[in-house]
Design a protein around this ligand. Structure first.
Ligand code: SAM
Length: 338
C-alpha cells in the first residue's frame, strides 16, 4: 500500500494546529466515548443517546478521532477503535488515558498559553497563568486535577519500569526510598521485582495520603513505609537505594542543589542514588528532551539537563557521579554514590 506523503505546507499546518489533536483526543476520552467502543464497534448516535450528548457533534468528534488514527469509521456513523486508540482505554496495561486528559487540564493548558510570557521575561508561565508561587501548591488546591496528574505520572512510569528492571538490578538493595515518589507506582513496580526489599515512599502529605490504592493494587502495601514531608527540609535516612525520578527537572539549579544536599545527608556510606530524567544531548542534537525542557520551563520553572550539568549538580551537593545508563526510550539513568 502506498504511504500517503504530506506536503511541507501540510506538515507545518499539522504542527500549527497541534492543539486540535490534543483537544479531540482529550474530549473523546473525558466524555468516555472511546470506552464505549472498547468491547465492539458502536454507532455514534447510540453512544450519544446513552450519555445524553448531542448526536451530530459526537459523530463529528469521532470522525476527528478517525482522522488522528485512534478510531476507524467502518460504516457510516459506526466506529471501531484502532490499536492506537486502545492505549486510551482505562484498563489497557500501558494506558495513557490520564496523561492525555492531564495535558489539557487547566494547569497545563493555561500555563502553556503563557509560553510567550516566559520567553519574553524569563518568568515561569505557570506563575502568571495560575497565580501561585509553586506549581505543587496549585495541585494541592485542585484535588481532581491533582489526582489526574498523579495518575498520569503513574501511567507514564509503567512504560519505563520494564526498561529499568532490564537494565539495572534492584534486588541487591534491602531498602529502596523513592523521593517525590507520587503514588508509589514506580517504587511498587520495583518492589515487585525485588521481593526481599522494603520501600520508603516520600512525598508531600497530600500526595502520600492518596497512595494506598496504587500500593495495594501492586501488592506491596505491607512492604512500604509512607513518609510525608518536603525534600527541601529533609529526606528519610538509611535507605540503600535512593530514587529521584522526574524530580530534578522540576526545579532550578539552586533548588536542585538543596534537594541533593538533603539526599546526601540522608545517605549512608555505600548507598546509591539513581536519577531518572530525559538528558539533553551533548553537543546539542535532535531529541524529545528539548520539548520536555520547554514543558518544564512553562510548568515548573525547572529544566532538563545534560549529563555534565547533572554531574555539576551532584558534586555541588558532595555526591559522586558514577555513570549514565542509556535506556531504550527517551529517559536515562544517572547513577551516583554518597
Ligand atoms: C513530576 S512528579 C514525579 C513523580 C514520580 N517520581 C514519577 O516519576 O512519576 C514530581 C513529584 O514531586 C513531588 N513534590 C513536589 N514538591 C515536593 C516537596 N517539596 N517534597 C517532596 N515531594 C515533592 C510531587 O508531589 C510529585 O509527586
Amino acid at each position: 500500500m502506498a504511504v500517503a506523503q504530506i506536503s511541507p505546507e501540510q506538515q507545518v499546518m499539522q504542527m500549527g494546529s497541534g492543539y486540535w489533536a490534543s483537544m479531540v483526543l482529550s474530549t473523546a476520552v473525558r466524555l468516555d466515548l472511546l470506552e464505549g467502543l472498547a468491547g465492539q464497534p458502536g454507532s455514534a448516535s447510540q453512544l450519544a443517546a446513552e450519555h445524553g450528548y448531542h448526536a451530530e457533534s459526537v459523530v463529528r468528534l469521532l470522525r476527528g478521532c478517525a482522522a488522528l488514527g485512534v478510531a476507524q469509521e467502518i460504516a457510516v456513523g459506526v466506529f471501531a477503535l484502532t490499536e492506537l486508540g486502545r492505549l486510551l482505554l482505562a484498563d489497557h496495561p500501558r494506558s495513557l488515558r490520564d496523561a492525555v486528559i492531564m495535558l489539557t487540564d487547566p494547569g497545563h493548558w493555561n500555563s502553556w498559553y503563557q509560553l510567550e510570557h516566559t520567553v519574553v521575561t524569563g518568568q515561569p508561565a505557570y506563575q502568571k497563568a495560575l497565580g501561585v508561587e509553586n506549581v505543587f501548591d496549585y495541585f494541592a488546591s485542585q484535588p481532581a486535577e491533582s489526582e489526574r496528574f498523579n495518575r498520569s505520572m503513574a501511567s507514564m512510569t509503567r512504560a519505563f519500569v520494564q526498561q529499568l528492571r532490564e537494565a539495572y538490578d534492584v534486588t541487591r538493595f534491602a531498602v529502596i526510598a523513592d523521593i517525590g515518589g507520587g503514588h508509589g507506582q514506580f517504587l511498587g513496580a520495583l518492589l515487585q521485582a525485588a521481593p526481599q526489599s522494603r520501600g520508603v515512599l516520600y512525598d508531600l502529605e497530600s500526595v502520600v495520603a492518596g497512595a494506598d490504592a496504587e500500593l495495594s493494587a501492586l501488592g506491596v502495601l505491607d512492604r512500604v513505609e509512607k513518609v510525608a514531608g518536603s525534600f527541601f527540609e529533609s529526606v528519610p535516612a538509611g535507605a540503600d537505594l535512593y530514587l529521584l525520578k522526574h524530580i530534578l527537572h522540576d526545579w532550578t539549579d539552586e533548588q536542585c542543589s538543596k534537594i541533593l544536599e538533603r539526599v546526601a545527608a540522608a545517605m549512608k556510606p555505600g548507598a546509591t542514588l539513581l536519577i531518572s530524567e530525559m538528558l539533553l544531548a551533548e553537543p546539542p542534537a535532535l531529541s524529545p528532551a528539548a520539548l520536555m525542557d520547554l514543558n518544564m520551563m512553562v510548568m515548573t520553572g525547572g529544566r532538563e539537563r545534560t549529563a555534565s550539568q547533572m554531574e555539576g549538580l551532584l558534586s555541588s551537593a558532595g555526591l559522586k557521579f558514577k555513570r549514565v545508563l542509556a535506556l531504550p526510550g527517551p529517559h536515562q539513568l544517572v547513577e551516583a554514590t554518597a
